[in-house]
Design a protein around this ligand. Structure first.
Ligand code: NAD
Length: 477
C-alpha cells in the first residue's frame, strides 16, 4: 500500500466472501487532509443486512461451542496478522479521518492489544463456576451487531470484535462510513487469520440504513454501539421491540480538575494533550479545564504558550494536529468557536478559520477559551474539536460540583501533588474512568459512561462480560 489508502470500491465481507459484483449505490470517500477522493464505498442495503445476519446466525451454532483453546489459537493468528498489517491500517485510518500518522500507529497498537489481552484473559475466565448450591454458566449473547464511530476506528473496531468473539458471539461489524478503508483492512486481517466464514462479517455503508436495520433486525441479539448520544438513543429505541441488549458508549464533556497543589507543567500537558490530540475528536477529552483562581494567570500563560507551539498540517508528516474528519465536522467546530465568542468567553488563542486559509484540508486552529461558565454551551455540549474551555473554581467542593454538573459522565481527570487527595476527588467524580496525574486512559481497566455517556463498558474483563449471558443451573447439581 502507498502512503495513501486507495481502494476503488470498498465492499462487504459476508460469510467469508467479498461482495465483488456491487451494482448498488456508492458514496465517495475523501481524504480530509486534501479533499481528494480516495475511493468509493458500497452502501449496503437491506438485502446485505439479511445475508450478513443469516451468515452470523448459522455460524453461531458451531462457533459458540468452540473451546477456549480454539479461540485463543484464533486470536493468536489475528494478533499476528494485525501486527503484519499494522502500517496498512495506520495509513488507512489517517487517510480516512486525518489523525496524524504517529497517533494512528499508537491506536493500532492499542487495537492489537484488544486481541492479545483476550489471549491472557480467556483461559482463566470462569465461564463455568460452581457457586455454593448452584452452577453459574456464562454463555455468549448470540449474534452481535457492532457499530463503532470514526474517531479512533482501528481501536474502536477491535475493542468490540475482540471481546464479542472471545465470548463466543458471531458478529456483524458496521464501521462509520467515512472510515471504510480502515474497515476493509480490518476485514482483510480477519480473513487472512482464518476466522471461520460467518463468524465475522463486515457491512459498509450508512448508519441511517444499515445501522437502523441491524438495530431492528429480529436475527440480531445485541447491538454494541459507540457514537453520539442522539444516535445512541435512536439505536436503543430501534432495538426495543426485539428486546435486544444494547451496550452504549456515548458522548462526553469531561472535566479536568487542576488541584491547588498541582504541578502546573503536568496540568498543562494533561490539558493540552488531552484536548488537542486527534484535533479534539476524542470522546474522553478533558474539554472542561477547572482551575483554582490563584493559579489561573500562570496556567493560562503556560497553556497559551504550549498551544501556540502545536503544529497543524499534513497528518502523514510529524505534526501535532491533522485536519478534522470532514467538512461537516469543520463547520460544527467553527460554529462552536463562534458560539464561545458570542457567549462572552475570553479567547486566549486560536479562533475561527483555518490556520492557513489557503489549505484545502479541514484544518482547525487549536483554540482556548477562558472565563467560561459552566452554563455556557461551550461548557455543556460536546464540540468534538480542538477547543478547550477553562473554568475558574473557588474551592474543591466547587470544583467537584462543576465537574458533575453535566449531562455527561464519561471520563474525569485530576491533577494534584497530594495523590491521596487527588484520589478522594476522583472518587467523587460521576464518570466511568477517572485518570489521576496522567492523560492516557488505562486500556486494561473498564471504560464507559455514567448518565448520557452510556451504559456499557469496554476493555478488560468488563468488556468481555458485555457479550455474556448469565445462566444459573440449580436443583440437584
Ligand atoms: P455517530 O453517532 O454519528 O455515528 C456512530 C456510528 O453509528 C457510525 O457507525 C454511524 O454510521 C452509525 N449510525 C448513524 N446513525 C445510525 C442509526 N440511526 N442507527 C444505527 N447506527 C447509526 O457518531 P460519530 O460522529 O461517528 O462519532 C462521534 C461520537 O462518538 C461523539 O459523540 C463521541 O463522543 C462518541 N464516542 C464515544 C466513545 C465512548 O467510548 N463513549 C468513543 C468514541 C466516540
Amino acid at each position: 500500500m502507498t502512503a495513501t489508502a486507495t481502494t476503488d470500491l470498498v465492499t462487504h465481507y459476508i460469510n467469508g466472501t467479498w461482495t465483488t459484483d456491487w451494482a448498488g449505490l456508492t458514496n465517495e470517500l475523501r481524504n480530509p487532509a486534501t479533499g481528494q477522493v480516495t475511493g468509493r464505498v458500497a452502501l449496503a442495503g437491506l438485502d446485505e443486512v439479511d445475508r450478513a445476519v443469516a451468515a452470523a446466525r448459522a455460524a453461531f451454532e458451531t462457533y459458540s461451542h468452540t473451546t477456549i483453546a480454539d479461540r485463543v489459537a484464533m486470536f493468536s493468528r489475528i494478533a499476528a496478522e494485525f501486527t503484519r498489517r499494522a502500517e496498512d491500517m495506520a495509513i488507512a485510518v489517517t487517510t480516512d479521518m486525518g489523525i496524524p500518522i504517529a497517533g494512528s500507529r499508537i491506536a493500532v497498537g492499542a487495537a492489537i492489544l484488544q486481541f492479545t489481552s483476550m489471549i491472557d484473559t480467556l483461559p482463566g475466565y470462569p465461564f463455568h463456576d460452581v457457586a455454593g448450591d448452584h452452577i453459574i454458566d456464562k454463555d455468549p449473547v448470540g449474534v452481535a451487531a457492532l457499530i463503532p464511530p470514526w474517531n479512533y476506528p482501528s481501536l474502536q473496531m477491535a475493542e468490540k470484535v475482540a471481546p464479542a468473539l472471545a465470548a463466543g458471539c458471531t458478529v456483524i461489524l458496521k464501521p462509520a462510513e467515512i472510515v471504510s478503508h480502515a474497515g476493509e483492512v480490518f476485514a482483510q486481517i480477519m480473513d487472512a487469520a482464518g476466522v471461520p466464514a460467518g463468524v465475522f462479517n463486515l457491512l459498509v455503508g450508512k448508519g441511517s440504513t444499515v445501522g437502523t436495520a441491524l438495530s431492528k433486525h429480529p436475527g440480531v441479539d445485541m447491538v454494541a454501539f459507540t457514537g453520539s448520544t442522539d444516535v445512541g438513543i435512536q439505536v436503543q429505541k430501534d432495538a426495543a421491540d426485539t428486546v435486544k441488549r444494547v451496550s452504549q458508549e456515548l458522548g462526553g464533556k469531561s472535566a479536568h480538575i487542576v488541584l491547588p497543589d498541582a504541578d502546573l507543567d503536568l496540568a498543562v500537558t494533561t490539558a493540552v494533550n488531552g484536548v488537542m490530540s486527534n484535533s479534539g475528536q476524542t470522546c474522553a477529552a478533558p474539554t472542561r479545564t477547572l482551575v483554582p483562581a490563584p493559579l489561573l494567570d500562570d496556567f493560562l500563560r503556560r497553556v497559551k504558550s504550549a498551544v501556540d507551539g502545536l503544529t497543524v498540517g499534513d497528518p502523514m508528516k510529524e505534526v501535532d494536529l491533522g485536519p478534522v474528519a470532514n467538512q461537516t465536522q469543520w463547520h460544527t467546530v467553527q460554529d462552536y468557536i463562534q458560539i464561545g465568542l458570542d457567549e462572552g468567553a475570553t479567547l486566549i488563542t486560536g479562533g475561527p478559520g483555518k490556520p492557513d486559509p489557503t489549505a484545502s484540508g479541514w484544518y482547525v486552529r487549536p483554540t482556548v477559551f477562558a472565563d467560561v461558565t459552566n452554563n455556557m454551551r461551550i461548557a455543556r455540549e460536546e464540540i468534538f474539536g480542538p477547543v478547550m474551555s477553562v473554568i475558574t473554581y473557588t474551592g474543591i467542593d466547587d470544583a467537584i460540583r462543576i465537574a458533575n454538573d453535566s449531562e455527561y459522565g464519561l471520563a474525569g481527570y485530576v491533577t494534584g501533588e497530594d495523590t491521596d487527595q487527588a484520589k478522594r476527588v476522583a472518587a467523587r467524580i460521576r464518570a466511568g474512568q477517572v485518570v489521576v496525574n496522567a492523560v492516557t486512559p488505562n486500556l486494561f481497566a473498564p471504560f464507559g459512561g455514567y448518565k448520557h455517556s452510556g451504559n456499557g463498558r469496554i476493555w478488560g474483563t468488563a468488556g468481555l462480560e458485555e457479550y455474556l449471558e448469565t445462566k444459573a443451573i440449580v436443583g440437584q447439581i
